[in-house]
Design a protein around this ligand. Structure first.
Ligand code: SF4
Length: 369
């Protein structure tokens, strides 16, 4: 099996097959219908379900797989709460960085965003325990995912943080003891920590917290284009053991996570994305300078929220141009932000995969190349 650098070949160069759900029939109709509706600005904006707000590029970690910390934003150039006030109403907003808790005005940002979203989840390395606890004392309905890249040794090596695991775990224990519900770990799986994946999942079950997984990606956002999984067979086997555990879980939510992780195995093996990507259509990223981006991989701004309102940006010819680019990007990435909505839209196919793999003997499928 080849090493995966995820500088994927264009879709046109690929064949088909397997579990890939193609944009034909109902889906194509859906897109056409939606594109027609996009002419109505209010409807186009109402369709936005999710946003990831990168509130800073400053970071107190020194991760090997993400070099954002080498390119910090200046506090003076980071957009303030008044710009976040221009966001539309959404189902879920992820506040991320860098390390979001380095922002002194995070509380004000949360207050503004809370009025624009049903649910907020903050991504953090969990190092600044006291600051985090203070925020959750004021906003108990917030969620958080603390990035722990494995058990203590792997985490601290990969994150370049002494005692990073201790701090992250302590943060979660404190929040748990406060009765905060929407908390959990997040791991980005690579050669270096794949062996810890199932153990970390077991720890999350023992603690009664959520467990989110991702695989190594390359992106302008991480300032890394050379992240490589050099032992894809080993990493895929670790994911397979994890998928078995998730399918055995009594919680239906874990079965859907099993499907998501099945998509990660496909990604690691260089397969074509299992579900069409809808980034830039019902979800977007906002960078610390106010640029509205389709995702965190394509550095193609749709507009600048400091200068224009969201509706103007979202319904502009430039936004359509960016959507066309995203629709044919050929990257095939598989991250929760770009997969959650397509999973909901393809519930039947996803449920079919779950039923087949939960109740029939599992075998790894060869991804279409
Ligand atoms: S597959 Fe989706 S998330 Fe990935 S680069 Fe393309 S548009 Fe962005």
């Amino acid at each position: 099996m080849r090493a995966v650098s995820r500088i994927a070949p264009p879709l046109a160069a690929r064949g088909g097959g397997g579990d890939v759900i193609r944009p034909v029939g109902g889906y194509t109709y859906g897109l056409l219908f939606e594109d027609a509706r996009a002419w109505h600005p209010e409807a186009a904006v109402r369709r936005v379900r999710f946003a990831s707000l990168i509130v800073t590029y400053r970071c107190n970690a020194r991760c090997r797989m993400c070099h954002t910390w080498k390119h910090p934003s200046e506090p003076a150039e980071e957009i303030g709460p008044e710009v976040f006030a221009r966001l539309p109403y959404m189902d879920t907003v992820n506040i991320t960085g860098g390390e979001p808790f380095l922002r002194d005005d995070l509380e004000e940002i949360v207050r503004v965003v809370q009025a624009r979203s049903r649910r907020i989840v903050i991504s953090s390395n969990g190092y600044l325990t006291e600051r985090i606890v203070r925020l959750f004392e004021r906003f108990s309905r917030l969620g958080i995912r603390v990035s722990l890249e494995g058990l203590p040794r792997s985490n601290d090596q990969l994150r370049g943080m002494q005692d990073g695991f201790d701090h992250g775990l302590r943060t979660l224990l404190r929040l748990k003891s406060m009765g905060i519900k929407d908390i959990g770990f997040g791991i980005t799986v690579s050669d270096a920590n794949a062996g810890d994946l199932v153990d970390l999942y077991h720890l999350s079950r023992l603690m009664g917290v959520e467990f989110a997984s991702a695989a190594l990606h390359n992106s302008f956002y991480f300032h890394k284009m050379d992240n490589t999984i050099s032992k894809p067979e080993f990493v895929a086997e670790c994911f397979d053991r994890f998928i078995e555990e998730l399918l055995r879980s009594p919680r239906p939510k874990d079965w859907f996570r099993a499907y998501f992780n099945h998509g990660l195995v496909n990604y690691i093996q260089g397969g074509q994305r299992l579900l069409p990507c809808r980034m830039g259509r019902d979800a977007f990223f906002l960078d610390p300078f106010g640029r509205v981006l389709p995702c965190n991989v394509l550095d193609e701004p749709m507009g600048d929220l400091r200068r224009e309102d969201f509706e103007t940006i979202w319904t502009s010819p430039r936004a359509e141009e960016v959507r066309a680019l995203a629709g044919h990007c050929g990257k095939d990435c598989w991250m929760m932000g770009s997969v959650a909505e397509p999973m909901k839209k393809n519930l039947l196919a996803v449920s079919r995969w779950i039923l087949r793999n939960k109740f029939l003997p599992r075998r790894r499928e060869t991804p279409p190349q």
